[in-house]
Design a protein around this ligand. Structure first.
Ligand code: GAR
Length: 208
């Protein structure tokens, strides 16, 4: 069984999609062992508790030094002894050490088709706002492994979503979540849990 820790900051709809997919058998060979939030009042924490999962909060604001936060975060992740760390809307820059320690064992969901609309400052609604401002006709979501850069690690899965005339950023965000994020994030976990991901020249592929 793949031991998975999910890291969150907000509403946790992606966390919910993962929990539902495990329950429905769409993700196999996987146990969600814990949830970590950087926000005390994140609704994602309520979802975790409702699912009977251990949930902890590690907030930047609770530590005098960033170094102390980094150590606490590493400790929280390690305490679950995960095989895979899933960033499901975790909106904090990760400590370098943590990324190094979980190389090829940490994935992130991004609400656009990377490398477009990714990098510093591109998160949440901001991404959809920029997609609309540019007049894109297609957007989507990306699951990628996390490396030392910002949204720059090997891409595992992507799914395109239509941008419709008259969309607001909120409407577009909802469509991207429903049609792409809630599908490809569980799918990525299932692929990893069943040994179906290969790395080739710094890229990731879903194999048979
Ligand atoms: C999701 O749309 C996710 O793609 C995004 O935050 C949202 C979290 O929603 N992540 C990023 O923007 C990362 N750069 P959720 O808490 O309802 O899952």
């Amino acid at each position: 069984m793949l031991r998975v820790v999910v890291m969150v900051s907000g509403g946790g709809t992606n966390l919910q999609a993962i929990l539902d997919a495990v329950k429905d058998g769409k993700i196999t060979n996987t146990e969600i062992v814990g949830v970590i939030s950087n926000k005390k009042y994140a609704y994602a924490l309520t979802r975790a508790k409702q699912a009977g999962l251990p949930a902890v909060c590690v907030s930047v604001g609770d530590y005098a030094q960033r170094e102390d936060f980094n150590r606490a975060l590493q400790k929280a992740v390690d305490s679950f002894a995960p095989d895979l760390v899933v960033l499901a809307g975790f909106l904090v820059i990760l400590p370098e050490e943590l990324v190094k320690n979980y190389k090829n064992r940490m994935i992130n969901i991004h609400p656009a088709l990377l490398p477009s609309f990714g990098g510093k400052g591109y998160y949440g609604l901001k991404v959809h706002e920029e997609v609309l401002a540019r007049g894109c006709k297609v957007t989507g979501a990306t699951v990628h492994f996390v490396d030392g850069g910002c949204d720059s690690g090997p891409i595992l899965l992507q799914k395109a979503v239509e941008v419709k005339h008259g969309d607001t950023k909120e409407v577009l965000q909802q469509r991207v979540m429903e049609e792409a994020e809630w599908k490809i994030l569980p799918q990525a976990i299932d692929l990893i849990a069943n040994g179906r991901v290969v790395f080739e020249d710094g890229r990731a592929f879903a194999g048979e």
